[in-house]
Design a protein. Structure first.
Lengths: 361, 232
């Protein structure tokens, strides 16, 4: 009974953490697909070409390209959409999935193009809030551009993005300094090369990693997982309490036998150890059994995509599961420690059991 | 091997809900090595309490008990448990066998507690059970044995480590006269063979008369019931 309760708690914990990890992984992948590996912001005084060259020579760095970021609007007839303008150099960068590697041009998200019925070749106006002086006074800067293509819509994005060539973007959104986008062989490598990048650029340059660019989101994900772990651990705590009740019941029902063992010379420490062993055995069976069931359920639910989600609403079509080794170890350790602590607590009662009291009818 | 038992000025009282009950009010007792002594007395006179005190199962309020020269008050915890295991065998009115263990396993228990070699204690337990006529009941569980058989298993368990002192609390009290008589015969025969000192609490005058000495416990004091019994 107690082992079953512990097993159920562990299975629930493993499944809950597996679902959360799966979901967070998908979310992280979705976000990182739209985030540069590294961003280096240079001031007006810094030598852009020298910085590019120095960064490009660092092992693991694949591309260093200038880019521009700024807010504005896209206008098509009476339709207006606030956007983040991303000006790029050369080909469309990797954080515009679906369009990455395309030759320079204006790229909109699939969803915006679909909403407005735009096709490649249609002309839209890109409006910048930066004013320009005209005979009629300050006027917003406007450029008419033909749509070159679309990129995959990011369902987690807060604001629509558009990609446009650097030469076009600079007068619309460019600041006084320059922004470099650094593509590295992997996300981990990107974090590893940060000290080298800092050495390669002037001291007043600002280097931001993909982690820093998404810090609030990653913090929220970590916090969510911690809270979920604590909340679901309460099930295990309840199961550990059930173990206390079970062992206490065994002690009560075996009182006479324990008294007789005491009369025969079994030391209290030995009887206590027997109950501790029993508790550990039940905890071990429950913990391992629950972990296996939880892990197997997570693998099956993920492989066969059992839990479907409405793809139009969420950024996923099914609920993915991924059981992380560290989570599993944490669950096993915490559950076993809780159950063992409960067993130890109950086993202390054996010490107070006097053989003469136990044998009295 | 046998030991002497000495008790001097043993005092024991219990506090119930309303009053303090003085069960033993200064009991003195001397049992010679290998002697068989019966303690008789009315119900509630403290016979079982005295036996528990002699066996180190309960603690004295005052006085002193020595078993084989060892002052029981000086032993506690693991030491006391070890002393009980090696020195004292108990037989109770209700056999107190462990129902989840077979007859053989029950008899092996004192040896297991003493961490003796399992093969040796198993062989010895088989011999003991065979000696009391239970060779064909080794693998039976206590609930599947008759009252007499259960008590014979309990007797074998008490003697498994050949303790120098055997304390028996109404060992035949729960048995019919014929079975009780048989169990008592076995008890005395085996105790004598090993030279075991034995203190026996009984209500049965026939059983008591077959002991070397009868002591009467009454009103908290122990006195000689007759100069000497007819002997076993």
């Amino acid at each position: 009974m107690a082992a079953g309760g512990i097993g159920l708690g562990v299975a629930a914990l493993v499944l809950a953490l597996g679902a959360l990890s799966g979901l967070q992984d998908a979310l992280r992948a979705e976000v990182l697909a739209r985030t540069p590996h590294l961003e280096v912001e240079l001031s007006r005084r810094d030598d852009l070409a020298a910085a590019r060259t120095a960064i490009g020579e660092i092992a693991g760095v694949l591309r260093v390209e200038e880019m521009v970021r700024g807010r504005g609007w896209v206008k098509h007839g009476v339709l207006v959409q606030p956007v983040e303008m991303v000006g790029f150099e050369g080909e469309v960068p990797r954080f515009f999935p679906g369009a990455a590697g395309s030759p320079a041009g204006l790229f909109l998200s699939e969803s915006l193009a679909a909403r407005w019925g735009l096709r490649p070749g249609d002309v839209v106006e890109v409006v910048s809030p930066r004013p320009t002086l005209s005979p009629l006074g300050p006027q917003p800067r406007v450029r008419s551009l033909a749509v070159s293509g679309t990129f995959a819509s990011g369902r987690t994005e807060e604001i629509e993005r558009i990609a446009l060539p650097l030469a076009v973007a600079r007068p619309l959104a460019g600041g006084p300094g320059a922004l470099l986008e650094v593509t590295v062989t992997s996300l981990d490598r990107a974090l590893a090369v940060v000290p080298l990048v800092r050495q390669a650029v002037p001291a007043d340059a600002v280097v931001r990693t993909w982690e820093q660019l998404n810090r609030p989101l990653f913090f929220a994900l970590r916090l969510e997982k911690t809270v979920m772990f604590v909340a679901v651990s309460l099930i295990v705590l309840v199961a550990a309490m059930a173990l206390v009740a079970d062992l206490a019941l065994v002690i009560a029902s075996k009182r006479r036998e324990l008294g007789m063992l005491g009369a025969m010379g079994a030391a209290p420490q030995r009887l206590r150890a027997a109950f501790l062993t029993l508790g550990a055995l039940l905890a071990g069976i429950g913990t391992l059994g629950g972990a296996v069931v939880g892990w197997a359920a997570a693998v099956l639910l993920d492989r066969y995509q059992v839990l479907r989600l409405p793809g139009q609403v969420y950024f996923l079509d099914y609920l993915p599961f991924r059981v992380e080794g560290a989570d599993l170890v944490a669950v096993l350790l915490i559950t076993f420690a809780l159950a063992l602590g409960s067993s130890w607590y109950v086993a202390q009662r054996v010490d107070r059991l006097q053989p003469v009291e136990a044998l009295r009818r | 091997m046998s030991v002497a038992v000495r008790a001097a000025g043993v005092y024991k009282a219990y506090q119930d809900a309303t009053r303090r009950v003085e069960v033993l009010r200064g009991v003195d007792l001397e049992v010679a090595p290998g002697e068989l002594v019966a303690v008789v007395g009315p119900s509630g006179s403290g016979k079982s309490t005295l036996l528990h005190l002699l066996g180190g199962l309960d603690t004295l309020d005052a006085g002193r008990i020595e078993v084989g020269g060892e002052d029981l008050a000086r032993l506690e915890g693991r030491e006391l448990a070890r002393f009980r295991n090696r020195t004292i065998g108990f037989v109770f009115q209700f056999h107190q066998l462990l129902p989840d263990f077979t007859a053989l396993e029950n008899v092996m228990l004192p040896g297991r507690i003493a961490n003796r070699d399992i093969a040796v204690i198993r062989r010895h337990a088989r011999e003991l059970l065979a000696e009391v006529g239970l060779a064909d009941r080794l693998d039976h569980f206590p609930p599947h044995l008759s009252g007499g058989e259960q008590q014979r298993v309990a007797l074998c368990r008490a003697l498994a480590l050949e303790p120098p002192l055997l304390l028996a609390d109404e060992p035949t009290g729960n048995l019919d006269p014929a079975t009780g008589d048989h169990v008592f015969e076995l008890l005395t025969t085996m105790a004598q063979r090993h030279g075991t000192t034995m203190v026996l609490v009984t209500h049965n005058p026939e059983i008591a008369r077959r002991c070397a000495r009868i002591l009467l416990l009454d009103a908290g004091f122990l006195r000689t019931y007759g100069a000497e019994g007819p002997g076993p």
